[in-house]
Design a protein around this ligand. Sequence first.
Ligand code: BJW
Ligand code: ZN
Length: 266
Amino acid sequence: MFARLNMNEKMERLIESAAEIIAAARRIAVLTGAGVSAESGVGTFRDAQTGLWSRFDPQQLASQEGFAADPGRVWRWYMHRLEMVERARPNPGHAALAALEAMTPTFTLITQNVDDLHERAGSRNVLHLHGRIERFHCNGCGLPYTLRMEDRDAPMPPTCTFCTDYIRPSVVWFGELLPAQELAEAQRAAETCDVFLVIGTSGVVYPAAHLPVMAKRRAAPIIEVNPEESALSEMAEIWLSGPSGALLPRLVEAVRLRRAGQENPR
Ligand code: BJW
Ligand code: ZN
């Protein structure tokens, strides 16, 4: 019977099953990764980098070692990505998550992304585990720094007026600690949620990738949205295989209809 259903009917059934779980939940936690911003034109990490930067491994650029080896190269990479983020607009996937938050009593959006597209789409309770690309501080003494127009095209990072070390973006590089308060709040949300959504992440970077494990241990079902299988797919009760910009609006609309039915039972 199932084999005779076409792909769209199968997806419709999966969306309905996921919507049933989500509509019954009072506490929802969501983990997003670069894939949720892919349809806004912001490149992901582990898919091939485009243009000028295709030769470089992002994992090497996003580290103290990479910065020490070539601060100018790392600076120019971040200025390029900052421009990409500033030009980008939230996509229907971001908007659907904001709509889901508005209809849920307790909703925590945990993002690994350094862009602000969730906020621009209207999300309120957003935890940025890996920092923010539009913020800067000194790599030596930590003093905050306000980016100037001339810094954007500069071949080298600006330097700190206090200690002369280089300025860097306020993002979390490999080997660095995540912001303690955001991580604690994310862990709390994972441990107390009724359902955990994993959207557009390869699930290979820790400690973010451990959050769905924590939720699962407390018996919360995991629902994943990703066109490709990820390191977390195996633990998901439901995997919605496709782009989040297309699938999340369908999912959230199905949740809305069910919630409306719960409020006005016939
Ligand atoms: C779509 C789509 C569409 C496409 N719709 N989906 C435990 C075990 C092993 C190692 C460690 C461990 N604990 C810590 C570590 C070390 C390390 C780590 O995890 N290493 C692993 C790689 C092995 N972690 C750390 O160092 C962290 N710090 C830490 O733990 O401190 C304590 C400590 C230190 C040292 C030793 C031990 C402990 C810090 C991690 C910081 C990560 N930083 C970056 C850069 C941020 C700044 C910047 O943006 O430049 O964060 S790396 C990069 O990866 C970035 C991302 O947020 C992160 C995750 O990537 P993401 O979002 O999953 O993107 P992709 O590209 O990987 O995947 C995109 C997905 O989207 C794909 O699945 C596509 O299919 C999908 N997709 N189109 C939906 N339309
Ligand atoms: Zn300094």
